[in-house]
Each structure stands twice: as structure tokens, then as C-alpha cells.
Design a binder for this molecule. Sequence first.
Ligand SMILES: [Mg+2]
Length: 426
Amino acid sequence: MNSLPGAKQQTILIVDDEPQNIHLLGQTLKDEYHILVATSGQQALDKMAAKPYPDLILLDVLMPDINGFDICKKVKNTPATRDIPIIFVTAKDSAADEKEGLEIGAVDFIAKPFNNAIVLARVRAHLSLQNQKSQIKHNEALLKATLEATKDGIAVFNTKGKLLLLNQNFIDMWHFPETVLKSQDKEQFLAYGLSQLVDGDARRPRIDLLWQSDNTESDLLKLKDGRIFSRYSEPLIQDDKKVGRVVSYTDISEQKKLETQLRELSLTDPLTGLYNRRKLNEILHDEVDRAKRYEHQIAVLMIDIDHFKAFNDSYGHDQGDRILKNMAQSMKKHFRNVDWCCRFGGEEFSVIMPDSDLPGALDAAERFRCLIAEMNCDGLHITISIGVSVLSHLSENELPEELISLADKALYSAKAQGRNQVQVYR
Ligand SMILES: [Mg+2]
């Protein structure tokens, strides 16, 4: 971005009430820069009133209408023109004058009569400096925009724990109080952040170790308000030296919710909305564990629709599906909230009944059998057979799945004895 001699990308405004001075300065600079001129203070202000603004101003001090110092003050007090460098070129060159000029915002002071080469050298130097400044500003703006363009909350601290940088998301995600933000102190951010976590106190020692190390770390944070953040922490290295640490947070609460929903979906039978066989196994293991721990009973029902193949052959699979759905609806209504209703596969269903002894399970099964026998689905009727087993049927080392086999055996015997009945494993 440095000005290239001859590139003429930049404009210099020369302000002087003596045409001879303007001419000399113009001659010196015209090969490298666009030249604008003003022969009075008022003309200069008019030229500064709107874009395009010059990149640098060479300003005379003594002029009949408006004094150069006053012009300088005006330019420096206007936000749009404040950053334009001003060099005084003047015969008013006492130390006090120079001091005043610099104090009101000029970048340099050149005494009249001036030396062409020095004017050119100073103009080049100040424009180059100006370019560097605007490049830095541009980079800062770019960095800021980039930081705000992410969904993550990001903060950067130096090795002494002073906040160097943060984005709005970081503040919004954590709802930091004003006092913490103002402190710019890692310790305060950390203390507040940990106070928001379910297990904040337990995390403290590990975080301290992490900050002392050069390690990168990512993990999950559970907040007291139920949100889940993933955290990524990495040392900030500049010129091979650790100068701080960057921490970024992503709110993954929605993602976690989706994962849970997806998991639920993978454990549900799409036709009936009941749990599927995979979930049945999970439930069975959990409930048998619990029943054993508290010395409770647990009952398992295996339910099968009688002659369902013949039903499908007569009325078609769509009608068959409607029967299965109605069955599922009836199961959900009939059994208790604590009971687990599952579709085992095809026309076979099972119910896991925690805290249910044999008489209780038999009663529930018998009532359900009657309910289904009376069910009217599109004017059609079905019957079911049910096999029942309870935990006390299992011997010490048998697996929970064995309860299903036992109920299945009972179901088989219900089928063998004429269907539309409930049988217990014996
Ligand atoms: Mg003058």
C-alpha cells in the first residue's frame, strides 16, 4: 500500500495565499500525486466539505481570511477528515508556533523557504505512515467482522490473564455481568463461568493446569440452565512463543436435543409408535436390575394376534396395519404409565410391567384380552393370545432376556390350547 512514485493514487491539497508558493510546491509533488489547490482559508474549508477528501494537506499558517491553525482545528474536529495528515508549511517557524501546530493535530512542520527534496521526503513519509495506519484499521475491522460472523463465542486472554479480544456471542452466550466484562480479568470470567456450570467447582483444578500448559483441550460443559456448550481451548502462539490462550464455545443444546430425538426414533416402531425390540432389550435389562436391587417383582407379557396371517390374506396388509395401530392405541390406554409397551415384530407385542406380581399381571392381561376381543376396527374383529412370565420364574443366573422366552413359551401354550386366552409359564 506504500505510494509508488508515479502511481498518482493519492491527492494532496496545497493551501497557501501566495500563488508562487503553490506553484513551487505543486512542481515538487505533481509527478507523484494529484494536486488540489486552495488560495484562501475559505477555499480550503470548501474543498474539505465533501468527498473525495485529500490524502494529505500542506497548510500555510498566515492567510488573510482564516488562519491555518483554525483550519487545522476544524479539520481535526470533523470525524470524516480527522485522520487526514496536515503538514504546516510556514514562515511562522518559531518553536512556540511549531509546538502549537503539533498540539492541535498537525503531523509535521516545514519552514519557509522550503527545500523541495525535504518537502517531498516528508510528504512520502507521512503518507506511508498513513497507509500503514489505515491498513491496521482495515485488518482490525476485518478481524472484528470475522469474529462476529461466527456462531461461536470467542475470547482471547494473554498469559497474564488479561482479556485481549472477545466477540458479542461470547457475552451473549454466558450473560456476563458488567462488572466481569469491565474487569477484563480471566479470573473473573472464569469464576463467573464456572458458577454457571453444573460441576463448576470440580472443573477448577483441571482448568488451572490447562492454562499453565501448552495443551489444546475440547470438552462438553453442562450449564445449570440446561444448555450444553462444547468448549475448545488452544494456546495462542506468536513467533514460536506462547502469548495467551484462545477459548471458544459452541452452544450444542439443539444438536443434543436432535440426537436424543433421533435416538428415540431409532428405538421406536414407525407404524405403531411403540418401542421396538432393540429398546425392549434395553428396558428389560434396566428394569430387571432395578427389580432385583429393590427385591420387586416384574412381569413380562407376550401378546400375539390370533390367525393374523389369514386376516391379512383376507383383508389385505393395509387393513392389517390398521389393526396393528388400533392394537397399539389400546395397549397405550390399557396399561399403566410405568408399563413399557413394545412391538416385538410382526403381529407380536410385549409389555414389561415393573412392580407387578403374577396375579396383577394376569389380571391386566385378561382384561386386555377381553378389550381386544370387543374391539371393532372397520367392522372387523380379532382375538389375541397372551403368555405371561414373572421374575420369580427366573433362576439366579439367567439373563433378563430369558423372561421373554418364558413368556413366549406360555404364549405358545395359549395358542396350543385354542387361542384367545392367557397362559402363565409353568
Ligand atoms: Mg501565507
